[in-house]
Design a protein around this ligand. Structure first.
Ligand code: S3P
Length: 451
C-alpha cells in the first residue's frame, strides 16, 4: 500500500550483539491526549517528553486548526494554550490526520458535541480503517457524520447543536472508542457513561482526572463502568510524557533474539493496561528483568534489562491479556519465531483493523522468511524454529504500518539472511529515531534505492 510519497526500502542484516542503553521516545497514546486535553483546557499546558513522531505532529496541527495555540519550544518541549471545553472553532480546511487512528478518532470525539463541522482524512492506511465505531456513539450524542461507504474517511462530522449525555457499552475492546466517547461527554450536560467488558489502556481516565474532570471508575460484573460529569472547566497541566512501552518492545525483543545481547531500556511505564508483552515474554522464559522499580506520577516505572535468551518456549498467550499488548503482537510473533514450539495467540481480531491487517501482514512476511504460521479470523499460531533456526532472506511489505516495518527489521537482525522491508518511512509515525538508536546498539541497516 502506498500513500505517503517515495517508498524507503531498508535492509536489516545480522546484527552485532546489541549492547548499551536504548532511550526510546515518549508515549504515543499519552502524547496525543496531552495535546487534545491541553487544547480543551483554559490556559497554558506545558508538555515535556512529547513524541515528535508524525502521528502526534498531525494532532498538533489539528489542534491548531480547531483554534488552540500549539507551540514547539524545543525537542519534546511544547506548550498548548487551550480554548476550553466547547471552545473549538471550525477548521477552515480538511483535517489530515496522516496515519493516526488514535488522532482522528479522539479528535472526532472531542469536536462531536460542539456545533461546528469538520472534514477528516488521512493516508491510504487510515482511509481504509473503520470509523463507524466512533461515529455510531457520536450519533447518540446528536452528531451527524457523512463518510465514504463502510464508514471510511474522508468523513465530515457535524457536531451536535444540543448534545445529550450517553450511556455506551463499547462493542469491541478499544481505548480509542472509549476515549472518543469520554471526550465527547465533556461538552454534554449530565453524566456520560462508558462500559467496557474488558479493560483497555486507561490513559484518558487518568489524564481527564489530572485535568480536573469529575470521573469515576467502578468494576462491576457487567464490566468496567466509567462515569464522567459533563461541562467541567479543565485546568491546564504540566505533563512529563513517560517513554512508550510499545516502542520499548522493539529493542527489548531484538535483544532477546540477537546472540550475545544485553540492553537496558530505562524509564518504561509498566501500567498494567500496557505491559502485557513483558509478562508474556517472561512466561516464555525470556531473560527480561525489571530494575529500579519505582512509582512516577502514580504509575509503576522500571528500567528493563533484556539479554539474549536462546531457550525461550512457545506459549498460549492468555486471550484476556490481549488488550494490554494489542500493539505488540507483531513483534511478539518475531520473538516466537526464535523460540521452540508453538506460540498461539487468540482473541485478537482487532489486529485485523490496525494500520494494516496485522495478522495477514505478519503471517505473509514470516512465511516468506521460512516461518510456519497458521491463522483464523481472530487467532494465529507461530511455530518457532529456535534461536538459530530462522532463514530470513525475503523482502516484505510494510503496508504503511510502522510496527510491521520495525518487527521485520528486528527479524533481520537475528535471521540467517538479511530481511528487507519495502518501505521503512512509516517508522517515523511513532519511533523516528529507531534506525540510529538500533544502529548504536549494534544493528546493521542498508538503505536501498527505490525499486
Ligand atoms: C490506542 C488504542 C489502541 C492502540 C493504538 C493506541 C490509544 O487502539 O492499538 O495504537 O491511544 O487509545 P484501539 O482502541 O483500536 O484498540
Amino acid at each position: 500500500m502506498s500513500g505517503h510519497g517515495t517508498p524507503e526500502p531498508l535492509r536489516s542484516m545480522k546484527a552485532a550483539p546489541l549492547k548499551g542503553e536504548a532511550h526510546v521516545p515518549g508515549d504515543k497514546s499519552i502524547s496525543h491526549r496531552s495535546l487534545i486535553l491541553g487544547a480543551m483546557a483554559v490556559g497554558e499546558t506545558r508538555i515535556t517528553g512529547l513524541l515528535d513522531g508524525e502521528d502526534v505532529l498531525r494532532t498538533a496541527d489539528a489542534m491548531r486548526a480547531f483554534g488552540a495555540e500549539v507551540i514547539e519550544h524545543g525537542p519534546g518541549n511544547w506548550s498548548v494554550h487551550g480554548v476550553g471545553v466547547g471552545g473549538f472553532r471550525e477548521p477552515e480546511d480538511v483535517v489530515d490526520c496522516g496515519n493516526a487512528g488514535t488522532g482522528v478518532r479522539l479528535i472526532m470525539g472531542a469536536m462531536a458535541t460542539t456545533p461546528i463541522t469538520a472534514t477528516f482524512t488521512g493516508d491510504a492506511s487510515l482511509r481504509s480503517r473503520p470509523m463507524g465505531r466512533v461515529t455510531d456513539p457520536m450519533a447518540l450524542f446528536g452528531a451527524q457524520s457523512y463518510g465514504r461507504r463502510g464508514g471510511r474517511l474522508p468523513m465530515t462530522v457535524v457536531g451536535a447543536e444540543s448534545p445529550v449525555p450517553v450511556r455506551y457499552k463499547t462493542p469491541m475492546p478499544s481505548a480509542q472508542v472509549k476515549s472518543a466517547v469520554l471526550l465527547a461527554g465533556l461538552n454534554a450536560p449530565g453524566e456520560t457513561v462508558v462500559i467496557e467488558a474488558e479493560p483497555t489502556r486507561d490513559h484518558s481516565e487518568r489524564m481527564l482526572r489530572g485535568f480536573g474532570a469529575d470521573l469515576s471508575v467502578v468494576d462491576t460484573p457487567e464490566g468496567r463502568v466509567i462515569t464522567l460529569k459533563g461541562h467541567p472547566e479543565l485546568q491546564p497541566q504540566t505533563i512529563d510524557v513517560p517513554r512508550d512501552p510499545s516502542s520499548a518492545a522493539f529493542p527489548v525483543c531484538a535483544a532477546l533474539i540477537v546472540e550475545g545481547s544485553d540492553v537496558l531500556v530505562p524509564n518504561i511505564g509498566l501500567n498494567p493496561t500496557r505491559a502485557g508483552l513483558f509478562e508474556t515474554l517472561r512466561d516464555m522464559g525470556a531473560d527480561l528483568t525489571y530494575e529500579n522499580m519505582r512509582e512516577e506520577g502514580g504509575e509503576p516505572v522500571a528500567d528493563l534489562r533484556a539479554r539474549f535468551s536462546p531457550d525461550m518456549k512457545g506459549i498460549e498467550v492468555p486471550p484476556e491479556r490481549a488488550a494490554s499488548m494489542i500493539d505488540e503482537y507483531p513483534i511478539l510473533s518475531v520473538v516466537a519465531s526464535f523460540a521452540s514450539g508453538v506460540t498461539s495467540m487468540h482473541g485478537v481480531k482487532e489486529l485485523r483493523v490496525k494500520e494494516s491487517d496485522r495478522i495477514d501482514a505478519m503471517a505473509k512476511g514470516l512465511r516468506a522468511n521460512g516461518v510456519t504460521v497458521e491463522e483464523g479470523e481472530d487467532w494465529w499460531e507461530v511455530t518457532g524454529l529456535g534461536a538459530h533456526g530462522v532463514p530470513g532472506g525475503a523482502t516484505v511489505q510494510a503496508r504503511l504500518d510502522h510496527r510491521i516495518a520495525m518487527s521485520f527489521l528486528c527479524l533481520g537482525m537475528a535471521s540467517a539472511n538479511p530481511v528487507t522491508v519495502d518501505d521503512a518511512a512509516p517508522v517515523r509515525t511513532s519511533f523516528p529515531v529507531f534506525e540510529p538508536l538500533m544502529t548504536t546498539l549494534g544493528a546493521r541497516f542498508e538503505r536501498l534505492n527505490t525499486p
